[in-house]
Every structure is written in C-alpha cells, then in structure tokens.
Design a protein around this ligand. Sequence first.
Ligand code: HEM
Length: 632
Amino acid sequence: MASSQFFSSFIHPQLRQIMDNMCLFDKILFCIIHFLDKYLPWHRLPVLIGLAYLGIRRHLHQRYNLLRVGSSNGGKYDTGKFVYRTADGTCNHPTDDKVGSQGTFFGRNMPPSSSDYALMDPHPTIVATKLFERREYIECGKQFNMIACSWIQFMIHDWIDHMEDTKQMELRAPDEVAERCPLKSFRFLKSKRFPTGSPDPKFGFLNMRTPWWDGSVIYGNNTEGMVRVRTFRDGKLKISSNGLLEHDAKDIPISGDVRNGWAGFSLLQALFVKEHNAVCDMLKKHYPDLDDEKLYQHARLVTSAVIAKIHTIDWTVELLKTDTLLAGMRINWYGFLGKKVKDLFGPKFGPVLSGLVGLRQPRDHGTPYSLTEEFVSVYRIHSLLPDKILLRDVKSATSEDKCPPIQEEVPMRELIGKEGEGRLSKIGMEQMILSLGHQASGALTLWNFPSWMRNLIAHDINGEERLDPVDMAALEIYRDRERGVARYNEFRRNLLMIPISKWEDLTDDEKVIEALREVYGHDVEKLDLQVGLHAERKIKGFAISESAFFIFLLIASRRLEVDRFFTTNFNKEAYTEKGLEWVNSTETLKDVIDRHFPEMTKKWMTSSSAFSVWHSEPNPKNYLPLYLRPAT
Ligand code: HEM
C-alpha cells in the first residue's frame, strides 16, 4: 500500500488507476518512461537511451495492451504435418490450429471505450466537413512517396478487413454542413458484431483476412482464393504477358485481394507475383526434383518473408525517419549484434542480440495472435492519397533531368477499380513505378482527406462496384465509434501516455485549436481518435503521430515473433537453403525493383530508399555504430 502511494505520487492522476494493477517491477519501469515523457522526450535523447525507452514501453504494452477477444474454438494439431503456410491461416500457432485464421476475432489493445458519448456526438459528417476535408493538397515532403502509400495499402490488404453486416445504416448530413457535403446522405453496411461468449468484452468483430504476414494479398485468404491465383505449373502464380495482373472474364484482377483496389496497389501485387515466380525459377534450378506444390509452398514462404523484411527495415524506417527507429527496426530483424553476426552465428543469442526472426519458439505474451481494432484505427491514413497521379515520360527526358518530365495528370478517380486497371495496362508497369516513385504522398494532417473520397464508389470483396457512394471521411469517424474504439484521450491513457487537458497540449496551431473548439467545445475527452491522431504535434522525422506509433511499436514486433514461420520454422526445411539466402540477401524494395527492372533505379533514383521521393538527396550519414548501419 505504502509502495503504491509512493509510486502514484510520480504519476499523472489519470494514469494512477492503470498503474495500480501493475507488479512492482513494472511500476518502476512505468515511472521511468513517465518521467521521460514529462521532462526528457525519448526522441531527443541519444539513440541507445531512446532504444532503451522503446524497449521498456514495448514490454509494458506487451503486458497491459494485449487483450483477448472471444475464443478461436480451435484445438491441438501436429505441427510436424504442417510445415508450410496453409491457405486460410490455420495451423500456425503451435497448439491451436484456428488462431490467426480467416474469420477469427479482431483482438483489442485496450477495453472497448467506456465513454458515454452518443454514436452521433458530434455528427461524423460535421467532423468530416469541418476538420478533415482537403482544402488544398498538402504533401508530406520528400520523405514518403506514392509507392510508400501504395505499399501500406498492399500490407493492410494482407492483414485486416472487417466482416460487414447485411443491415444498412444511413448517415444524413445535418443542415449545418449539408451544403458543403458532396453527399447529403449516404448508406453503407454496418460492421457485423458477434457475441464473444465471454463477459469482457461481450462483443467482437471478425477479420476476413488472415492476420499473419503470409502474403495473402497475393495468395488469397482461403483455398478458393489460392486456387484462383495459381497456375499449378512449377509453383507459379498467374501473371499476364505485360507483367501486370491477369484479369478474369469480368475484368476483375486475378489476385489474392481485389477489394477497393487502385492502380498503385495492383502494381505492387503484380511486382510481388513476379518476385514469387522468380523465386520458383531459382528453386527449380537448384532443386530440380521439387514438384509444383513444393515449389509453390517454398516460394510463398520466401516471398512473404521478403515482404515482411522490406516492411520492417525499409518502409517503416522511411515512415519514422530517425536514427533511433532505423536502429530499432534493424534490431527487430537482425538483433543488436547486427547482420554480420547473425549471418555467422544464426539466431542463437536470443531476441535482443540476434533479433526476433528465427527465434526457437514463437512468443505471444499470453494472448493468442490476432490484429486489433486499435491497429485498424491507426492505419486509417487515407490522407496519404493525392488528388491525381503525375505520369512521367522517360522518353522525353534529357540527360540532365533528375526526374522525367510530367506527361499527364491522371485524376485518382480514374485509377480505381476496373477503370484503374484499364488505365494501368495502357500506362504499363515501368512508367507507373517510376511515376509513383517521383511523387510525394499526402501529409497525415487535418484538412487533407481527399475530397474525391467523400463521394466514393467502393468495391466489394469480389472487386465489383457498390451501388451507393460513401463519404469515407465521415465513415471513418463512424467506424471507430461503432466498433467501440476509445476516443483520443482515453486511447492515450490506455497506452500509458499523458492525456491532454486542453487543446494547446495537442497542437500549437491556432487555426486547428479554433476549429476543434467549434466542433468539440472545450471537451477534450470528446475528441475523436482520428482527429487527435491527425492534429497531434509530430516528432521530427515522423510521418505519423506518436500516439499511433506506440501501437506500431507493439504490433510490428508481434507480427514477427508470434509466427511459427518467422521463428521455429524459419529454417532450411521450410524455406530451403537457397530460399533463406534469397531472403537474407534482399534488404529493400529497391533490391526487388532492381531484380525485375535492372536499369530503372540506377538511372532514376538518387534517394536512399525506393519509398522516399526518388529525386531527393540520399540520407546523410548517420551516427549509428557501423554494424547497425544498412549496407550502402
Ligand atoms: C485508392 C485507394 C483506396 C481506396 C479506394 C480505399 C477505400 C477504402 C474503403 C471503401 C474502405 C472501407 C470503408 C468502410 O466501409 O469502413 C477502406 C478501409 C480501409 N482502408 Fe482504404 N482505400 C484506399 C487506400 C488505402 C490506403 C493507402 C490505406 C493506408 C493504410 C488504407 C487503409 C484502410 C484501412 C485501415 C481501412 C479499414 C479496414 C477495416 O475496417 O477493416 N486504404 N478503404
């Protein structure tokens, strides 16, 4: 009791109750990070101290921010019989065959919101109109390009998708904003709720994609999807002669996921189908006895691991451009001792020194794996999308040009769904990669939500157009509330962050503060999560908010350490020796682009990563220890 009072005196009053449930050791750790949050923000400290802070935070989030929702209803099985990934994500968890399979519950990082605000308070269309809608396109600078934007959609479609209900809901814009709304009202399907069979939480939502990092975005989420994309020859997947995705009789792309696609997304699917097929060729050359099934299975493991690695040590590093995160993400894959030591000794020194990949046993920290409602919410980042794509013309470039001149500006609307597929096939793969590479994505800030998405014809899981257009900006606000995701301040408290007590704690921008007052009055508790994440003052180098980042910190490691195929079965038997070499020698998206388009990056990319604007300067030399630096 006395120790409880002692520690409480250090802690913000609104966080004391959370701390009371911690063991003594965690209370001490919590006091350390709380002290730093108040007085010495971790991102201003030297890299090693910053890493220690993030290590403590990740530990606390693993203990207090992984909540189980419902049960998988699975059972024991013989892991020895399942040495490859299954089509629907079953048989990955070592003792429960259903964990992480298609159609299981989304988990949670915190309890469903306990606030009493009504579902329509304030009306989502008011929030969308007054705080979200793009007034003038704001770019995110040179840090993040349109390949990076397409990439994250490519990943989202690997991991998460809520099952819809058959019940419709209508949102009607209040008079106050109706004149300014492209849709005065719109209809959409509710998210389908299922009882969990347990009191806490009572209801949950199902994920229609497999949450594993298993490449389901190209391979499909079940047997039917897998059969659709395979050629059943030499392990390969279907691809058309122009290098882009093949299409069926209804002009729908043949790929693992076709919902809400656009040209940039389809382009990355095609690139990784090419990668899969190249892995098949390599394996067949070295192991001529492997049949179609084995070639497919090994190549799927290798390609999925390449995708996971690029996301970890290339994409995330561009999103969070700081030396601490550059080191942190490389440590996740290779460990503190770095790539050279891991190449020599393998994963034998444990997760900190040798990284998470190749661990002897998967670790789920007591909660079976799923992705979470809060994870979905922090990835609602549609403001990355611009209004148009600037097509660049290599043929008319001179030898002095660092960037090919603009040939045409294509509105985003024309690049989505079937129309987008048609445009992409005329543009061609090379010109599209190059154009997206040279174009910055949108910034994640208020008043930058694409206006064209406020009157959007969405596409269903079969790639077919929906009948009713939706206002995505308003729908995103509604979705978080419908699913019981905490509002901004409650979200922060649950993530052990200091809550805001006035608008000035969130931002220095007077115009934003005025707009927040207009929508939420003085009630900071009412602030919607999406608005808070977009309005929050950013850490230098971060494209996203710190509040969103702490969810990533937890989940980015979890996706690797919990998966049998990145831990116990990350070995020669599952991947083959040559397959492991392929994963090991591929570090970045640039490596993959170079493999398939050898001249492109040499000529047109000066940036350090294929995810930052290609004509930007390479990163300055950083001060990381040599062994932690990426190869140049
Ligand atoms: C042209 C490109 C895109 C289109 C047309 C599109 C469209 C949509 C639509 C219609 C929904 C479902 C809305 C609902 O009923 O709740 C959705 C959900 C979502 N989108 Fe996008 N999107 C695009 C790009 C992106 C990008 C770049 C991201 C970046 C991460 C993203 C992240 C998400 C997330 C996290 C969800 C929620 C999924 C869920 O509820 O399970 N989308 N998108």
